[in-house]
Every structure is written in C-alpha cells, then in structure tokens.
Design a protein around this ligand. Structure first.
Ligand code: ADP
Length: 193
C-alpha cells in the first residue's frame, strides 16, 4: 500500500460520492468506506453486520475496538497492493485516530482532507437522500456525535501538520476539482485510461 488519506467531514458532506468519483478517475486509488463495509456486512448477515445494524439504525457509533479491527483487517488486505487508500468514515473518535496512526506507522498516514459543509446544508442533503438511517432522529444523533467525537480530530490532524481544508459547497464538479488538487498535493495522481 502506498498510504492512507483520510477524508473527514460531516455526515452528508459528500465524502462517499466524491471518493467514488476519485477512485474512478484515478489509477491506484481505493475508496474504503466504513459505513459501506458495515452496510454490506448487515446485508450479508455476518456477525459484524448483525452487531452493527441496530447501532447504525439509531445513529450511534459502533464500538472503537470493533471498528479498529475492521479497518486493520481491510488495510492489511491492501498492504501488498500499491494503492493509495481514501479512508472515509474512519477515524471518527480520538481512539480511532490513535489506532490508525499505529496501523500506518511510520510513514503511511499521508494526510487528511476536511470537506467543509455547514450543519444546515448537510441536514438538507441527508433529508433529500433518505437513506435508512436518515430519519430526523438519526440525522440529529449523528451530527451531535460528529461535533463531540469527530470534530476534535480536525485539531488532531492539524497539530500533526496533516490537515487540508476544502470548501465542500458548490457544484459537485468544483468540489471534485478542489479535492483532487488537495489530494494531489499529498500523493501523485494518475488519470485512469
Ligand atoms: P454517515 O457519515 O452519514 O453517518 P456512514 O456510512 O459513514 O454515514 O456511517 C453510517 C453508520 O455506520 C454510522 O452512523 C455508525 O453507526 C457506523 N460507523 C461507520 N463508521 C464508523 C466508525 N468509524 N466508528 C463507529 N461507527 C461507525
């Protein structure tokens, strides 16, 4: 593996959409979304999925030890590939950030890009999207956990000189260009053919 770029931002900021586009547009970029992994596990009825499903429905966080194992396993599976991982949805707590630093040491944590969109806009986007956990209560709970658990990670990355901030509002194509430019400053990007 070439390294990990963390994609940070509120729920509904467009992380999943933009990471999918980046994976399509550039060679050697792998989008790893913990939310997608948990939803896949729930759909396949694995023990992890059964455990995560009820938690996700309320908008609460799956316990750190479970998430750290899930991510460590996925990164280990990609270890021998040359890919750059775009990590979406992890870390979400300080303990997860410390665990990620351990998993990627000494030089695999390339940086973090923060997709900035305000609370009002992400709430509207999630209401329009209407995923299973996008109920009024689920959205409120997830945004509350973002502020208390995940927002402190912005400073955690900034203090380590790893943070880049990106305006996540405007046309999706503009956001894509901003994101690609920021990530391109961390790792060389090659257009896929
Ligand atoms: P969103 O960012 O809109 O909440 P995700 O797909 O990233 O959507 O996550 C959906 C749910 O999956 C979360 O509400 C949480 O229950 C669970 N989840 C995903 N990633 C993590 C994580 N790193 N730690 C704990 N729970 C997680």
């Amino acid at each position: 593996m070439n390294g990990v770029v963390v994609v940070l931002g509120r729920q509904g900021a467009g992380k999943g959409t933009q990471c999918g586009l980046l994976q399509d547009r550039y060679d050697g970029v792998a989008h790893v979304s913990t939310g997608d992994m948990l939803r896949d596990a729930a759909a396949s009825g694995t023990p992890l999925g059964a455990h995560a499903e009820a938690i996700m429905a309320t908008g609460d966080l799956v316990p750190d030890d479970v998430m750290c194992d899930v991510v460590a396993e996925r990164l280990a599976a990609l270890d021998r590939s040359g890919v750059t991982v775009l990590l979406d949805g992890f870390p979400r707590t300080p303990a997860q950030a410390e665990a990620l630093a351990g998993m990627t040491a000494p030089d695999g944590l390339l940086g973090a890009v923060l997709l900035e969109v305000d609370v009002r806009e992400v709430s509207e986007r999630m209401q329009a999207r209407g995923r299973g956990d996008d109920t009024a209560e689920g959205i409120a709970r997830r945004l509350e956990l973002y502020e208390t658990q995940t927002a402190p990670l912005v400073d955690w990355f900034a203090e380590r000189g790893l943070l880049r901030r990106i305006n996540g509002t405007g046309e999706p194509a503009e956001v894509f260009d901003r994101l690609a430019t920021a990530i391109g400053g961390l790792v060389p990007l090659r257009l896929s053919r």
